[in-house]
Design a protein around this ligand. Sequence first.
Ligand SMILES: *[C@@H]1O[C@H](CO)[C@@H](O)[C@H](O)[C@H]1NC(C)=O
Ligand SMILES: *[C@@H]1O[C@H](CO)[C@@H](O)[C@H](O)[C@H]1NC(C)=O
Ligand SMILES: *[C@@H]1O[C@H](CO)[C@@H](O)[C@H](O)[C@H]1NC(C)=O
Ligand SMILES: *[C@@H]1O[C@H](CO)[C@@H](O)[C@H](O)[C@H]1NC(C)=O
Length: 284
Amino acid sequence: MLCFIILFTNLFVYTYATCPSGQIPSKFADPPVCYSFEKAKANWFAAMENCTEKGGNLVSFHSMFENMFVNGEAGNFFTDSSTSDFWIGGIYNTISPGKWSWIDNSTFDFFDWDKGQPQNTTDSVCASAIMNGAKWQSEDCFIDKPFVCEIKQLLSTSPTTTTTTTTTKKPNICPDSWIYYNSSNFCYKAFQMYKTCNACDWSVQAWIGLSRIAGNFQWTDGTPFDYSSWVHGRPVSDSRYQCVESWIGQTCDGDGWDLGPTEWANQNCDVKILNFICKKGRIS
Ligand SMILES: *[C@@H]1O[C@H](CO)[C@@H](O)[C@H](O)[C@H]1NC(C)=O
Ligand SMILES: *[C@@H]1O[C@H](CO)[C@@H](O)[C@H](O)[C@H]1NC(C)=O
Ligand SMILES: *[C@@H]1O[C@H](CO)[C@@H](O)[C@H](O)[C@H]1NC(C)=O
Ligand SMILES: *[C@@H]1O[C@H](CO)[C@@H](O)[C@H](O)[C@H]1NC(C)=O
């Protein structure tokens, strides 16, 4: 009787956006995409062709969340010790000089260049993402690197009657909707209460677990303060500015280059910021 009910209800299960096996569904991309992490190294153009053959493109990024998500996943796929970065879909457009663009033609409305990047040289016009820290750099397009493709998710509404076997699911490392980063062995979640529609905004800030106590910056979880990502001119010594925010998107700034996502500023703790990033231990 029980088996009958299961089979019966299954007829009405509709499939939703899914990714082919081996591909990872995006968490933050809009519209959603599937990511394919390609370990076999190729130059940027061959990588692009490989993605095109799958019906996609080299990956483009439109928010810090997406950038960090893909970078975190890349750490699980590109484990070869000689790999420090991978190709993404950014390319310097020689037709309108000084402009970087995404090969999928989406708006270049977010960037996360490393310090001193992109280099202004004619032989470094393709973008790669650095595994350690998710920053980007401009590189010689003819170097072979692993790469990440993005493929549009297909929305299917056909009823599925085939799968009646229970698949043994790998135990989740993190609670649902939290993201695991292998390099730190912790789970993270960004709580974004404020969403803007503009390409840039001055409110793309999120609180992080850092504050100044008795003159020293300290992490709330007690880990050593051995890394920082201050934006130019910060921290200020003003004693009211004891809490720390990180930029999580593109700020509306004229020259742009020294105000990037992931950069921090100390801030007055009373300021109302509606976004914050949490970290917690893995569950298995
Ligand atoms: C391209 O894609 C195929 C399958 O999608 C894969 O097997 C192959 O290794 C990829 N990479 C290169 C560099 O050809
Ligand atoms: C991007 O736009 C150009 C020019 O309109 C077009 O030739 C190209 O096929 C487009 N690429 C993609 C990936 O849509
Ligand atoms: C890059 O270099 C060229 C020539 O040296 C110069 O004209 C251009 O303004 C530079 N672009 C940037 C973004 O610095
Ligand atoms: C994390 O990475 C290490 C090696 O870098 C690997 O042995 C381990 O299986 C990875 N853990 C997960 C959960 O992916």
